[in-house]
Design a protein around this ligand. Structure first.
Ligand code: 26W
Length: 813
């Protein structure tokens, strides 16, 4: 089955057919949404043949499949990525033009599926893009949330969340498959029974829901391959109870439906502190049980010998959120397929691998045995058995060391009896990896050190990466064509080829062209922000960018202190505004709705912005811009325009970061601590092309151990004091000292993430930035070297590492 030849006329024909027959409107009567849905349908049809062929190929070759289990996928808009993959960009644009439609208008109509919070969710999206482009058989499994990450608005500078009804106008990139629905059970009890002399256990659940799969295409780049992202929607097994309905209790008759649907209703907007809510655990079990049983029942051929399961699939756990899948596979193999426990466990341990994405103890999920026992009684039993066998193994290896036993037990006792999901994932996983060298080292040496002593070969590292298709080729087309002109097009799937730009960094003409690309991206960003939020960017300003979730460990407050220091130095007359390097500070950041301090910091940033931006004494030399609702689409406009990339987390707190990679690959210079992947960026781009500051992780530990008194730093540093006092004075809150008092006092008396300790080094580094930026040509050379030496940060390379070290799968033939 071959896809229709791509020609402008052919595309026009397909498009109009889709508009008329699928959307049911004529061109003249159609509105932008009709046209967008028809366009998406047309592009989809061009990719469909490949998709179907690939599924056949995967089935025929019985190749080992990577099942990526993730509670989040931050996909970004699909249209351009699918047009790029299908080489249809120009043809579609010309075809639409023939129909009097502008592709830019179509791009505006598309809604971004925000099925994720931040780093973890976006990483999953980059990974499945790379696996498709590398022709590796992959199924991305997740949840089809009806409401994604909230839409952020600012009211008087404060974050207000709006629901994200992304499906309201239809979702043309998905295909429902109700015929492949899975029944997922909850609650109830277990009982043992005799099965021809073998004691077996059965689970008698209380209630069930249906998991209905929706497939989305994951097209490879120019390789004719299309993998599948399979997202589950919850529905009631019996949507409507006629008996209750006929009894006149209409509300009761549909209650089951609404109750069931709640499971996939909304994404939890937390990205660091689990709320431990029952619905969250329901979500996790719902999608993981549906995914595992979908693979066993639908992908594996009839009568498949489950002993060989590890040769056929690897379930990659994207953090602990899907780890309930371990006892689920054990339940299916032992209770349903009648396998011996030991055999089932041996298989299970080979079928799972675990990636940890955090270092914050509070972000490690634990579920109370009460809740687990009530919702998933059989799974709790299985976890207890896994733990018993594991602790037996610990005793054999380390003797009866009670402290070690208690520390390593999957079951924690304090503050309440709970299951430590990271420990379960570590015990069950064939491999455990961190997402940057430093992170993986800290997992081995600190967070999971007893486990690293027990299973030294289990621990590995795979440094994160980002897809060059979306974050260079699509987000920065002018840079992409400059690179392709210089190096050929191969870099898009072989990013190490960017090395070829090193020599060109020495070429003044090439530097000039690069500088023009950056300037053009600044103007483009200014147009986007003017249309979106009514603000403009001065393109002779240094664009200082900090875009990431709002979290105290990421230290947006340190960035605010820098801005206030600059501002204070002007209004106090210490520095003439004219002597200041003109800068525009761009923030992008959502705070988890329940995270009060994060929301207060957002309020502070917006308050500083409105004072600084409107103070004539600043003479426009400083500008603070904080567009609301930072998401993948906004990132695609901000990142190509950035000069300076702010990666200023306290060393030892950011697992990796991926924004740092995207910014370096788009020619921004990094000011950062030796944290997460910043370390590897600095090692690759070179110290001369990176503004390092602050304590290293061991220095942080040492200061903490010595006893950290933030107020001492305040007392000792007049510049810091001036900045803190200005905030405390109410200068940014209409003289009301109470508004930001909690932020100031937290820094003075708590400061868990040592903002005050790193302040002086940071300000000194920012001086180096100003000096460096004054020599535009040298800055441009350094920017080009950052790109040239950042090819390592392609998610294709990350996938190669996972394939070699963890998955042992290979591309389809
Ligand atoms: C249950 C609450 C919750 C939800 C999400 C806790 C933790 C998470 C994620 C693990 C948080 C996250 O997104 N971590 C980020 O993952 C990125 C991809 O590996 C890293 O680059 C970031 O450093 C890390 O903060």
């Amino acid at each position: 089955m071959i896809s229709p030849p791509a020609s402008v006329d052919g595309f026009v024909k397909q498009f109009l057919a889709n508009l008329n027959f699928d959307q049911g409107v004529s061109l003249s009567a159609s509105d932008a949404n009709d046209q967008y849905l028809a366009l998406a349908g047309t592009v989809r049809d061009y990719l469909m043949a490949r998709w179907l062929e690939d599924q056949t190929r995967q089935r025929e070759q019985q190749a080992k499949t990577v099942c990526y289990l993730s509670a989040e996928y931050l996909l970004g808009k699909q249209l351009d990525n699918n047009l790029l993959a299908a080489r249809l960009g120009e043809i579609a644009t010309d075809a639409l033009e023939q129909c009097g439609i502008s592709m830019d208008d179509m791009r505006e109509v598309e809604v971004e599926p925000g099925l994720g919070n931040g780093g973890l969710g976006r990483l999953a999206a980059c990974f499945i893009d790379s696996l498709a482009t590398m022709s590796v058989p992959t199924i991305g499994y997740g949840i089809r949330y009806e409401y994604g990450i909230f839409r952020q608005t600012f009211v008087d500078g404060q974050q207000v969340e709006q629901p994200d009804a992304w499906l309201r106008m239809g979702s043309p990139w998905e295909f429902p498959h109700p015929e492949a629905a899975q029944t997922i059970s909850f609650g109830g009890r277990t009982e043992t029974y005799d099965d021809e002399g073998v004691t077996r256990t059965r689970w008698i659940p209380d209630w069930n829901v249906l998991a209905v799969p929706y497939n989305m295409m994951v097209p490879g780049y120019h390789n004719g391959r299309v993998n599948t992202l399979r997202l589950w929607r919850a529905a009631a097994t019996n949507a409507f109870d006629l008996r209750i309905f006929n009894s006149g209790d209409y509300e009761e008759s549909v209650r089951a439906q609404t109750f069931a649907e709640n499971i996939s209703k909304v994404l939890y907007p937390e990205d660091s502190t689990p709320q431990g809510k029952e619905l969250r655990l329901q979500q996790q079990y719902f999608f993981v049980a549906a995914s595992i049983n979908d693979f066993l029942d639908r992908v594996l051929p009839e009568g498949f010998d489950l002993e060989k399961l590890p040769d056929r699939v690897i379930f990659q756990l994207n953090d602990t959120h899907p780890v309930i899948g371990v006892p689920e596979l054990m339940r299916v193999l032992v209770d349903e397929r009648g396998m011996e426990w030991e055999d089932a466990w041996a298989i299970t341990q080979k079928c799972f691998a675990y990636t940890c994405h955090t270092l914050l103890p509070e972000a490690l999920e634990v579920w109370s045995v009460d809740l687990l026992g009530r919702l998933l009684p059989r799974h709790l039993e299985i976890i207890y058995r896994i733990n018993d066998d594991f602790l037996e193994e610990v005793r054999e290896k380390f003797g009866d060391d009670m402290m070690r036993i208690r520390n390593m037990s999957i079951i924690g006792e304090h503050p309440y009896r709970s299951v430590r999901m990271a420990y379960l994932a570590t015990v069950a996983g064939a491999k455990v990896n961190g997402v940057a060298e430093l992170h993986s080292q800290l997992l081995r040496d600190k967070v999971l050190h007893e486990f690293a002593e027990m299973y030294p070969d289990k621990f590995t590292n795979v440094t994160n990466g980002v897809t060059p298709r979306r974050f260079i080729r699509l987000a920065n087309p002018s840079l992409a064509s400059l690179i392709t002109e210089a190096l050929g097009a191969g870099w898009t799937v072989d990013l190490e080829r960017l090395r070829g730009l090193e020599a060109l960094a020495e070429d003044p003409e090439f530097r000039e062209r690069f500088a023009a690309v950056k300037a053009g991206n600044k103007r483009r960003l200014s147009d986007v922000l003017e249309r979106r939020d009514g603000v403009t960017i001065d393109d002779n300003h240094l664009l200082d960018v900090m875009v990431k979730r709002l979290h105290e460990y990421k230290r947006q407050t340190l960035k605010v202190l820098h801005i206030v220091t600059e501002y204070e130095s002007i209004i106090s007359g210490k520095v003439a505004a004219a002597d200041i390097q003109p800068r525009t500070f761009i923030f992008g950041a959502k705070a988890a709705p329940g995270y009060a301090m994060a929301k207060r910091i957002i309020h502070l940033i917006n308050s500083v912005a409105s004072v600084v931006n409107n103070d004539p004494r600043v003479e426009g030399r400083l500008k603070v811009v904080f567009p609301p609702n930072y998401n993948v689409t906004l990132a695609e406009s901000i990142i190509p325009a950035a000069d300076l990339s702010e990666q200023i987390s306290l060393a030892g707190k950011e697992a990796s970061g991926t924004g740092n990679m995207k910014l370096a690959l788009n020619g921004a210079l990094t000011i950062g601590t030796d944290d997460g992947a910043n370390v590897e960026i600095r090692q690759l781009v070179g110290d001369d092309n990176f503004f390092l500051f602050g304590m290293s992780e061991p220095e942080v530990e040492a200061l903490w151990a010595k006893g950290y008194k933030p107020a001492d730093f305040y007392q000792a540093d007049p510049q810091l004091r001036a900045a803190m006092d200005l905030i405390a004075s109410g200068a940014f809150s209409g003289g009301d000292r109470t508004v930001f008092e909690p932020v100031v006092s937290n820094l003075l008396y708590d400061d868990r993430f040592m903002v005050l300790a790193d302040y002086a080094s940071y300000i000194e580094a920012q001086k180096r930035v100003d000096l460096a930026y004054a020599d535009q040509d040298a800055w441009t050379r350094s920017a080009i070297l950052n790109i040239a030496r950042s090819g390592f940060f392609s998610s294709d390379r990350s996938m190669r590492d996972y394939l070699d070290r963890i998955w042992h799968a290979r591309p389809l033939l």
